[in-house]
Design a protein around this ligand. Structure first.
Ligand SMILES: [Zn+2]
Length: 447
């Protein structure tokens, strides 16, 4: 286990002072005492982290749900394989979770016509109902639904788990005919944050995916701008994790309340369009918002620029269609390529792997590297933590809610104080949520 420098220093200074002129025998003795000192300080560190983990309110802003897990015979109070279940929340000391009403962005021909919108809306409603069923019918003695920051604190104080709702993709709001009234309806159903797009452009906003496929709105659509104002009015935090950078900047120009990125990481450390670059981080700070750094492998570590360039060069040279991957070529013959060509291309991919190896799976240290970066860039008050469990998240050391303590342990190892860890785990997010609640009240009073 790695010890922070400040833990090593006193030992080194002590040994240096005591044995500055010591013989080899003494030096060996000092090594032995140093090793046992490390064991002792590691045990002390773990017990300190456990106490902190016990005392702070831990809140994960992004956990997906499976609509099939809200029945009597199969539900989240059981030991399911899912990364988040009530037994895992209890085992890992995870106190609160935003469960996600997720709707994938349809690209069907009728996606933006009444029939497509109806499918999306029906899907969202069944997710809302499932989450409420968990807290009212299936496991009401273990978990309770929170509609406000006051609720979160009240439920946590009772020793129960806290459920909240985030909406991932506002596509189910529908078109001009329905969208504005449904913002209030979703608020009443418990939505406390919502993103205006997911992967793929919606009727409301461009998605980050536009960096690869081009833009639809160059930011927010006119209806999307109205929806942002309406979310301010009712008290739903605007989530900018999936929308494009330009959409986020336009949101910041309109919003009267702080916003969040519910599950994104740092682009300077992992250059993918789902992450926030420095300009976005600084804009979030200026807005008094928060970024919930996500334990998602490919948003923490990605191919190096050299590896990406080398892989692209092969694809360009052999004019490989987008749907043909190196793995696909390894599995067997691919239409349009002779066996000889296939072997030549595979050899080239192998050479790239040897020269610029693919990244290993991200771990808790990588997650906290992103947290460290964001804290240094925009301050401890604007950073939080999320997992995206059951939606692609999970890293070595934090594979499911039952391993949540490992994140706190790494934060303690890096020297974060209990107060700072409390802010990262929930304080900052709840501060934003409380500000959004207050601004909504003020806006409603103005009408
Ligand atoms: Zn997502």
């Amino acid at each position: 286990m790695r010890l922070p420098l400040r833990h090593k220093l006193p030992i080194a200074i002590l040994i240096g002072a005591l044995f500055a002129s010591a013989s080899i025998t003494l030096a060996t003795t000092s090594y032995a005492s140093s090793a046992s000192g490390k064991t002792t300080s590691e045990a002390a560190l773990v017990s300190k982290a456990k106490a902190i983990h016990q005392r702070v309110l831990t809140l994960d802003t992004h956990n997906d749900i499976d609509i099939n897990n809200f029945g009597f015979s199969r539900n989240y109070s059981q030991n399911l394989d899912n990364q988040v279940t009530l037994p895992k929340m209890i085992a890992g000391g995870l106190d609160a979770s935003f469960f996600i009403v997720y709707t994938g962005q349809s690209m069907d021909a009728d996606a933006f016509e009444p029939a497509g919108y109806k499918r999306a809306y029906d899907n969202a409603i069944s997710s809302f109902e499932g989450i409420h069923r968990m807290t009212t019918v299936l496991a009401p003695s273990q978990i309770e639904f929170a509609r406000s920051v006051a609720d979160v604190k009240r439920i946590y104080a009772k020793g129960k788990k806290v459920a909240l709702i985030g909406v991932e993709n506002a596509y189910p709001l529908g078109d001009e005919k329905f969208a504005i009234q449904r913002v209030k309806q979703f608020y009443e159903r418990g939505a406390r944050y919502m993103s205006l797009a997911h992967q793929g452009h919606s009727q409301l906003s461009d998605s980050n995916t536009g960096e690869a496929i081009g833009w639809k709105w160059n930011g927010l659509s006119p209806l999307g701008k109205q929806v942002v104002s309406e979310m301010n009015k009712w008290g739903i935090m605007v989530d900018v994790s999936h929308p494009s950078k330009e959409s986020m900047m336009q949101t910041l120009a309109i919003t009267k309340a702080p916003i969040i990125a519910s599950h994104s990481s740092v682009r300077a450390l992992c250059d993918v369009s789902r992450n926030m670059d420095d300009e976005q981080l600084l804009a979030l700070k200026a807005n008094n918002g928060v970024i919930q750094i996500v334990g998602f492998n490919s948003y923490l570590k990605t191919d190096s620029a050299e590896r990406r360039a080398a892989l692209k060069a092969i694809r360009d040279e052999f004019q490989l269609p987008n749907n043909v991957s190196a793995q696909g070529l390894r599995r067997g013959p691919v239409g349009g390529f002779s066996e000889e060509q296939r072997q030549v291309i595979l050899k080239r991919f192998d050479d790239v792997d040897a020269k610029f190896p693919p990244p290993t799976r991200a771990n808790v240290q990588d997650l906290v590297n992103h947290i460290d970066y964001a804290v240094k860039k925009i301050g401890i008050d604007h950073v939080g933590i999320s997992s995206d469990f059951d939606g692609g998240g999970g890293i070595d050391g934090w594979n499911h809610a039952g391993e949540t303590f490992n994140v706190t342990l790494e934060l303690v190892r890096r020297g974060y104080t209990e107060e700072q860890i409390g802010k990262l785990w929930s304080g900052n997010l709840l501060r934003v949520m409380e500000a959004v609640e207050k601004i909504a009240k003020d806006l409603q009073a103005q009408k």
